[in-house]
Design a protein around this ligand. Sequence first.
Ligand SMILES: Cc1cc2nc3c(=O)[nH]c(=O)nc-3n(C[C@H](O)[C@H](O)[C@H](O)COP(=O)(O)O)c2cc1C
Length: 210
Amino acid sequence: MLHTTKMTHTTSNKYPLHHLVTNRKSIRAFSEKSVDDDTLVSIFEAARWAPSSFNEQPWRFIITRKSDSSAFEKMLGLLDQSNRIWAQYSAVLIMPVAKTHISKTGTGNRHAFHDVGMAVGNLTLQATAAGLYLHQMGGFSIQGAIEQFDIPAGFEPVSIIAMGYRGDPALLPVHLQEKEKQPANRIPLDQLIYSNTFGEVFDGIQTKQA
Ligand SMILES: Cc1cc2nc3c(=O)[nH]c(=O)nc-3n(C[C@H](O)[C@H](O)[C@H](O)COP(=O)(O)O)c2cc1C
């Protein structure tokens, strides 16, 4: 069993960021501490208020709590083995599901996955504010999710998210302890934002970094 430990980590940034951004990390070392229902529901309240194309709100969430072991194990069983090995310790598994068609017209919603991502972003910040950590996973059986969780036509599973409080990395298998220690790694800003046209370095960065 993993135990709750207080730990901080920082990202290295040239620009100061809000601690809700710098404190977020996709951890693998979860503690066995459960998440109370008020805290849990509050993060979905945050998701609810995300923006979406045509205010379609194409997000749905299937939540399984470790306390309901049969549902939790069913969702856990969808994960690739490399994810299951650590996600089993999380307190909650969440499956965001995208509604892929616009209600009024029945046409495909090309923004559906984007908007689910917006909702997951909101949810992530709210969870981080509550001292929780999330780890999103794309490595799971989509067909298994559809079949085992009765996902109807017009909806698609997007990911599975492990959530819980932080535990002791020393209780993870050794190869995952190493991963847990690795610092966050990102593409530099000057390769991400452009001035006026694609590929042209944004001159505001050059000024700041000089
Ligand atoms: C949609 C999505 C799918 C992901 N799938 C996996 C996964 O299957 N297994 C895993 O260990 N991490 C997965 N991740 C986590 C990323 O690897 C992680 O966010 C990235 O390495 C950056 O690390 P950080 O979130 O700690 O900053 C996924 C993240 C997202 C957003």
